[in-house]
Ligand binder design. Structure first.
Ligand code: NAP
Length: 258
């Protein structure tokens, strides 16, 4: 009860990166439905129109900032702009991501650096820029989107290293920020139907249906993931009911992982 009242006085402002489409768009909409004003960050602000429309359609408040999360000045400007428009963010979802798959012997340094740059450096820069608002509020939630690829994935040494790195990052954030009322958790989705998985299928010369069929062999629940499956878990980690859960990695993969 006390915590519920406390929650009402905390700025209900969230930032979601990579929210123009896919999982990020579903997370942004879900947080808006949960009552958060949502700052939508993506490379190109114009690409966020559909996400903005979906949030406005449910009566939500939204602000958009175009930023490359791997660039510190752009991150600082985006977080400041969202804080000005919606109030300092107390929830951050580090979702922006890319893949640059290749076998090790063919992987370029650029493929390695760009993937590590978006996932790891991007999450670090966003968390560093947003934490001060959470510390001020004495309440915060940082949610990092990892992947089952963290457990090892052929052709993805860069992505897998980044997603495993995010898990360590999450645990260290939780150790450092708990005293300020801030939790940090990671979600590690399995196969989710988005443009990213469509592009991966294309890259290995499979039709999307063939790719889904291949993925289903490892999914006891018997269907591929949907962006909303991830958004539902974000909703839990962003809310008051998860107040005593921090530094965890929750696999959202339709079966056992981790
Ligand atoms: P998606 O459909 O490709 O969407 C990713 C979004 O992130 C895009 O809008 C993209 O913008 C944006 N983005 C990329 N680089 C960025 C940067 N430097 N700064 C800001 N925004 C950037 O991918 P998704 O499938 O929804 O994946 C979302 C997250 O879930 C990623 O972290 C991914 O690794 C993770 N994940 C996905 C799956 C899956 O099966 N789909 C499974 C496990 C984990 P552009 O379109 O302009 O590039």
């Amino acid at each position: 009860m006390i915590e519920g009242n406390l929650m009402k006085s905390i700025p209900r402002s969230a930032v979601v990166t990579g929210a123009a489409r896919g999982i990020g768009a579903a997370i942004a909409l879900r947080l808006a439905r949960d009552g958060f004003a949502v700052g939508v960050v993506d490379l190109d602000a114009d690409q966020c129109a559909a996400t903005v429309a979906s949030i406005e359609a449910v009566g939500g408040k939204v602000a958009v900032a175009g930023a490359d999360v791997s660039r510190s000045e752009e991150v600082a400007a985006a977080v400041e702009q969202i804080a000005d428009q919606l109030g300092g963010p107390t929830v951050l979802v580090n979702n922006a991501g890319i893949t640059r798959d290749n076998l090790l012997f063919k992987m370029s340094e650029d493929e390695w650096d760009s993937v590590l740059g978006v996932h790891l450096r991007g999450s670090f820069l966003m968390a560093r820029a947003a934490q001060r608002y959470m510390v001020e509020a004495g309440w915060g939630r940082i949610i990092n989107i990892s992947s089952t690829s963290a457990l090892g994935s052929r052709g993805q040494v860069n992505y897998s290293a980044a997603k495993a790195g995010l898990q360590g990052f999450t645990k260290s954030l939780s150790a450092e920020l708990g005293r300020f009322g801030i939790t940090a958790n990671a979600i590690a989705p399995g196969f989710v139907v988005t443009d990213m998985t469509r592009a991966s299928a294309e890259k290995v010369g499979l039709s999307f249906d063939e790719q889904v069929e291949k993925a289903l062999v490892k999914i006891p629940i018997g269907r591929p993931g949907r962006p909303e499956d991830v958004a539902n878990v974000v909703s839990f980690f962003a809310g008051e009911d998860s107040a005593f859960v921090s530094g965890q990695v929750l696999y959202v993969a339709g079966g056992p992982r981790g």
